[in-house]
Design a protein around this ligand. Structure first.
Ligand code: PMV
Length: 337
C-alpha cells in the first residue's frame, strides 16, 4: 500500500477542489513520554509500537494554505521565503503532491512557528499536522481528527499526535493500510504539570530520526525486547496520568527515553545524540532528585532535554536551570482534548 492509495481511500467521498480561498490551522507541538522508535512500514510511517505524548499548549505551528498562481509551491516560515531547493521545501512539496487537484496546481504555504528554533521540539510533528489541518479547511472536507491524524502521519509519524491538546495516544494498529493507526486524546487534565525545555545545543541534528530509527530496527540486537518494554511503560503511564501520580509519570517517562537511547547505542553503526552538556544536565537532574526535588527528563533525537516537574517546584527549578523555557501544557483556556 502506498501513501497515494491511502489518501485516495480517505478522500474518495470528499471535494477534489478547494471550497475556500484559503485554509488555516494551528497544531501544537508534542513531546513523547512513551516514544515512537521504529516502523513496521516505512512508506506509511506505521510504528511497531503505540506511543503517548503531551502536547505543548500554545507552542506549535499555524499554517495557512491557498492556491498559488505559479509554476511551483511558495513556502514561507515566519514570513521568510524558504529556498525551493532546500530539503525542507522538497519534502513538503512532495507531501503536497498527494493533495493537488491536478499536477499543475501549486500552493502557497505560510507557516508561523512559535517554538524555539533548534530546540528539538518536534517541529516536523506540528508542521505536518498544521499543513493537513489547513488543507482540510481549504478544501472544506471537515474530516474527523482521527482521519486528519492518519493523513498527518503520512508526513511524519509523530504528527499523528499533534491534532489534540493534553495527553495523546497513538495506537500502533495492525492493518496493512494503517487505517487503524491514528492518534486519540486522553480525557485527563493535569493543570499543575510543567514541561521545561532545556537547550544545551541548538545546532541542527546530524542524523534524521527517520534514518536513525530504521537503522535501530535493522541492527540493534535488543530491538526485539522494545515492544514488551513499550507495552509496560504505556500501561504504567496511563495509570500514572489517571491517578496524577507524578513520581510514576516521571520515572516511567525517563526510563522509556533512556531505553530508546540505549537501543541507539547498540545500533550498528552506533547512534549517539547526547553530548557532554546533555550528560552534565542529566547528572544535575539526578543530583537534585536525590536531594528530594521531583524532577525528571525525557530526550528525543537530539542533545536537548525536556524536563518534567510540577508547578509548585517551578521557581526552584528555574534557579537551577535559569535558561529553562517553561511550558504549561494545560494553560490553553478551556481545555478540550
Ligand atoms: O516523527 P519523527 O519521524 O520525527 O520521529 C519522532 C521520534 C521521536 O521524537 C524521537 C520520538 C517520538 O515519539 O516523538
Amino acid at each position: 500500500v502506498n501513501k497515494c492509495a491511502v489518501v485516495q481511500h480517505i478522500l474518495k467521498a470528499y471535494s477534489k477542489e478547494p471550497k475556500r480561498e484559503q485554509g488555516t490551522f494551528f497544531a501544537p507541538s508534542n513531546i513523547a513520554l512513551c516514544k515512537y522508535w521504529g516502523k513496521r512500514d516505512t512508506e506509511l510511517n506505521l510504528p511497531h509500537t503505540s506511543s503517548l505524548s503531551i502536547s505543548l499548549g500554545n507552542l506549535g505551528a499555524k499554517t495557512t494554505i491557498a492556491l498559488e498562481q505559479a509554476l511551483k509551491d511558495r513556502i514561507s516560515i515566519n514570513g521568510k521565503e524558504v529556498d525551493e531547493d532546500s530539503i525542507f521545501s522538497k519534502n513538503l512539496s512532495h507531501f503536497l503532491d498527494l493533495f493537488r487537484p491536478l499536477n499543475s496546481v501549486f500552493f502557497r504555504v505560510a507557516t508561523e512557528v512559535n517554538i524555539p528554533i533548534g530546540a528539538g521540539l518536534a517541529s516536523s510533528a506540528c508542521g505536518f499536522a498544521a499543513v493537513v489541518g489547513a488543507l482540510d479547511q481549504l478544501y472544506g472536507w471537515e474530516l474527523p481528527l482521527s482521519l486528519l491524524s492518519i493523513l498527518g502521519r503520512l508526513g511524519s509519524g509523530s504528527a499523528s499526535r499533534s491534532f489534540w491538546h493534553g495527553f495523546v495516544e497513538w495506537q500502533a494498529g495492525h492493518d496493512a493500510d494503517g487505517m487503524d493507526s491514528a492518534g486519540a486524546c486522553l480525557e485527563s487534565v493535569w493543570p499543575a504539570l510543567r514541561i521545561g525545555v532545556l537547550i544545551v545545543d541548538s545546532e541542527q541534528k546530524k542524523l534524521s530520526s527517520r534514518i536513525a530509527m530504521q537503522n535501530t530496527v535493522l541492527t540493534s540486537p535488543f530491538y526485539k525486547i522494545w515492544p514488551e518494554k513499550q507495552a509496560r511503560d504505556l500501561k504504567d503511564l496511563k495509570k500514572a496520568i489517571e491517578k496524577q501520580d507524578f513520581m510514576a509519570l516521571g520515572e516511567t517517562t525517563e526510563s522509556n527515553a533512556l531505553a530508546m537511547h540505549a537501543l541507539m547505542l547498540t545500533t550498528s553503526p552506533p547512534i549517539l545524540y547526547s553530548q557532554a552538556s546533555t550528560l552534565e544536565a542529566i547528572d544535575k537532574i539526578w543530583h537534585y532528585r536525590q536531594l528530594g526535588l521531583p524532577l525528571y527528563f525525557t530526550q528525543d533525537a537530539g542533545p536537548n532535554l525536556k524536563l518534567l516537574f510540577l508547578e509548585k517546584d517551578e521557581e526552584a527549578i528555574i534557579k537551577i536551570f535559569p535558561k529553562l523555557i517553561v511550558v504549561s501544557p494545560f494553560n490553553i483556556g478551556a481545555f478540550q482534548c
